[in-house]
Design a protein around this ligand. Structure first.
Ligand SMILES: Nc1nc2c(ncn2[C@@H]2O[C@H](COP(=O)(O)OP(=O)(O)OP(=O)(O)O)[C@@H](O)[C@H]2O)c(=O)[nH]1
Length: 357
């Protein structure tokens, strides 16, 4: 999962290390040269000249002698110019990984600010410093809007209704069945409601998944009212002590107006606890754009990204929360019903920056 992005983040760490090593070597050479100068000019008459040459430091930045002095005390100073190339490469890498432009910029700004600011202190290893800066920057953008999904289910009045939206073909129905399993493992019963009355075959599809995971499915005729189906799901759940109603909906209707009308009616009729947007991680920028579009048409509470197991870039997972203000809550990590993983920003970033394969 996200191996391409992981490699690229590793390259940035190496790039900065190389820059700093090069600088250390230069500073060491300078220190040696300065020591030689001192030996040669240690007569009292030469001293004022040396002082003035230290003050008029004409090579810009903190200056060679100050760098050399810093090196002698074990400090390394990273300056903006040292980061220029590595940051440029990082930007390209993020964009190639389908990270949305504004999100990539946010990450770069944060890394730049942290590395330049912090590096003026004692530095143990450059790699640690870079890792910390990347970790903070990534966690910041990924964890926008995060909330504890399970706690929200636990605290909500029962039955809890969750509506799933998103275009067809991305694994929405599979994700509903996976969610039903995920809830079951945590002691919550659920019923599936086929609010996708638009597409032929949707009912058979959700029924098959429901049978596979041993859940009841509520469905009406094709062309029926999605709000009415989900309402029946809620009625069934209330009458049978079922905790959660998982409502499928038709992904894209003709216009975002239709979509909004459909979801608005569902909201009026059953007042769902959450509306989750489902898309596939492998769609990259397209998934990010769709998340924006769906969030605009009908406010979503969070996202489920399917097929993360097949996604090398990680761009959608990195970008969606920052772009929509709504968190990624789950990742689909395979075709089995158990392959649904709660999205944990810190854990994900640790994996992205980790050394293990
Ligand atoms: N590798 C992988 N495959 C997945 C994942 N989620 C769904 N799939 C597969 O994607 C294919 C489509 O899933 P469905 O749920 O049937 O998708 P769909 O019928 O297009 O779904 P709708 O979005 O409901 O229209 C199926 O073969 C699923 O097994 C996932 O997280 N990882």
């Amino acid at each position: 999962m996200f191996d391409g992005l992981k490699d690229k983040l590793g390259s940035f760490r190496k790039d900065v290390e190389e820059e700093v090593e090069e600088k250390e070597a230069e500073a060491a050479a300078e220190a040696e040269a300065a020591a030689d100068d001192e030996d040669e000019s240690s007569t009292p008459a030469a001293a004022p000249d040396r002082e003035s040459s230290e003050e008029t430091d004409d090579d810009g930045g903190p200056g060679r002698l100050r760098q050399a002095a810093a090196l002698a005390t074990g400090r390394v100073i990273i300056e903006e110019e040292d980061l220029e190339e590595p940051l440029w490469s990082l930007e390209m890498a993020l964009l190639e990984s389908d990270v949305e432009m504004s999100v990539a910029e946010e990450i770069l700004d944060s890394v730049r600010e942290q590395l330049i600011g912090e590096s003026r202190k004692q530095v143990d290893t450059t790699a640690e410093l870079v890792e910390e800066a990347l970790q903070d920057a990534l966690v910041d953008v990924i964890s926008v809007g995060q909330f504890d999904f399970e706690q929200r289910i636990a605290e909500a009045d029962k039955p809890v209704t969750i509506v799933f939206t998103g275009v067809n073909g991305v694994g929405k129905t599979t994700s509903i069945a996976k969610m039903s399993e995920w809830l079951g493992e945590r002691g919550y019963s659920s019923v599936l409601a086929n609010g996708d009355t638009y597409r032929a075959g949707a009912s058979e599809q959700i029924t098959e998944h429901a049978e596979n995971v041993g859940r009841k499915v509520i469905a009406h005729e094709q062309g029926g009212d999605p709000a009415a189906v989900i309402y029946d799901g809620v009625e069934y759940a209330a009458a049978n002590d079922v905790d959660v109603v998982l409502g499928d909906t038709a992904g894209r209707l003709h216009t975002s107006n239709d979509l909004m009308t459909q979801l608005e009616k569902i909201h009026r009729v059953v007042d769902p606890e959450m509306t989750l947007f489902v898309d596939e991680a492998v769609a990259g920028q397209d998934a990010v754009e769709r998340a924006k579009e769906f969030n605009k048409a009908a406010e979503i509470d969070g996202a489920v990204l399917t097929k993360a197991d097949a996604d090398s870039s990680g761009g959608a997972a990195i970008s969606i929360a920052h772009v929509t203000g709504k968190p990624v809550l789950f990742l689909g990590t395979g075709q089995g019903y158990e392959d649904l993983r709660e999205f944990d920003p810190e854990e994900l970033v640790a994996e992205l920056l980790g050394d293990e394969e």
